[in-house]
Design a protein around this ligand. Structure first.
Ligand SMILES: *[C@@H]1O[C@H](CO)[C@@H](O)[C@H](O)[C@H]1NC(C)=O
Ligand SMILES: *[C@@H]1O[C@H](CO)[C@@H](O)[C@H](O)[C@H]1NC(C)=O
Ligand SMILES: *[C@@H]1O[C@H](CO)[C@@H](O)[C@H](O)[C@H]1NC(C)=O
Ligand SMILES: *[C@@H]1O[C@H](CO)[C@@H](O)[C@H](O)[C@H]1NC(C)=O
Length: 285
């Protein structure tokens, strides 16, 4: 009973006397609207408002790691915390402290705001995939997707790609269709290359989208750029569009000349006929 009362007293005093997260008494505004913005594991913490006569310092920690400082005494309202989140499956929390540099206020408990939690592996957005190369050989369409890089490196200093991190959780889907038709087909791969069988002599259009199979939210990337093969239109690729514009202009010019000529010829004939008519009554008489 006594211990229970003791515990209760302790709890009460803790509630009453420990400064709350955003209830520091330095009187400085604390950060609000804190958001994480993360693409391919490059992660930036953002907040408001712009500081006036004070600074911000970000402290970040995973579930079982120590608090580490980043962007010390910054006047910005964002902080690149990528370097502190390399353990991508950990769940991180950040504290954004508002503080002045004046010595007299140092004894006061600085006020800080707490960010939402963030787990890079589950929450970073996959960048828009990019079709690196493609080729049509007889009845095979080959499409190679660029392996996007993350800011993290292997011990040998080469950058890790998103495939190196997500492994078989990362899947690409190829959406393809015969040029001029609307029936879309799809194929998936867990590498960065597709090889699909297609009809001989036809052109195909396609784009790619990445999916993270382990996720329930934020699973899909944006769609890649769209590409089309060009069997019969090789000339266009070789000579560029200028040639086609010139040819088009020439065709229009020839067309106009033909019209002008035929109108002139028609008018001449008409005049002749009219002249003939003028002379007709004379003939009749
Ligand atoms: C926080 O976001 C809300 C809604 O977007 C906005 O109205 C408000 O002004 C923001 N707060 C600050 C301090 O900028
Ligand atoms: C991340 O996603 C995996 C798979 O969906 C899930 O098991 C795990 O609990 C998630 N982690 C967090 C911190 O949400
Ligand atoms: C198409 O590529 C396959 C291998 O991917 C090769 O065996 C075949 O000879 C190629 N066909 C042509 C017409 O180049
Ligand atoms: C660096 O290490 C990774 C993983 O061990 C390996 O896949 C990659 O090929 C290496 N790069 C170089 C340039 O050695």
């Amino acid at each position: 009973m006594a211990t229970a009362r003791g515990a209760l007293a302790l709890l009460l005093s803790a509630l009453l006397f420990c400064p709350g997260p955003s209830a520091g008494n330095s009187g400085l505004p604390t950060a609000v609207n804190i958001t994480w913005s993360s693409i391919n594991f490059k992660t930036i913490l953002q907040w408001q408002p712009m500081p006036t006569n004070y600074f911000y310092t970000v402290e970040i920690s995973g579930i079982n790691s120590n608090w580490e400082k980043e962007c010390i005494h910054t006047k910005e309202t964002e902080c690149d915390v990528t370097d502190k989140m390399e353990n991508v499956k950990d769940t991180y929390t950040a504290h954004i402290t508002s503080e002045t540099l004046s010595v007299t206020e140092n004894f006061e408990e600085p006020s800080y705001a707490i960010s939402p939690k963030f787990t890079p592996y589950n929450q970073t957005t996959i960048g828009r995939p990019w079709i690196q190369t493609y080729g049509l050989n007889d009845t095979k369409l080959t499409v190679v997707v660029e392996d996007q890089l993350t800011p993290y490196r292997f011990p040998n200093k080469t950058f890790k790609s998103i495939r190196d991190i997500f492994k078989s959780d990362l899947q690409y889907t190829l959406y393809y269709w015969k040029d001029q038709s609307t029936g879309k087909k799809e194929a998936t791969t867990k590498s960065n290359q597709f090889e699909i069988n297609v009809d001989r002599g036809k052109n195909y259009c396609f784009y790619v989208q990445a999916t993270l199979l382990s996720r329930t939210e934020n699973r899909r990337s944006q769609k890649s750029n769209e590409k089309c093969t060009s069997h019969q239109l090789d000339v266009l690729d070789e000579y560029g569009t200028e040639v086609f514009i010139i040819i088009g202009a020439a065709a229009i010019a020839i067309f106009l000349i033909i019209i002008v000529l035929s109108v002139t010829i028609y008018k001449c004939k008409k005049t002749k006929v009219a002249k003939g008519k003028e002379t007709m009554p004379l003939n009749v008489v």
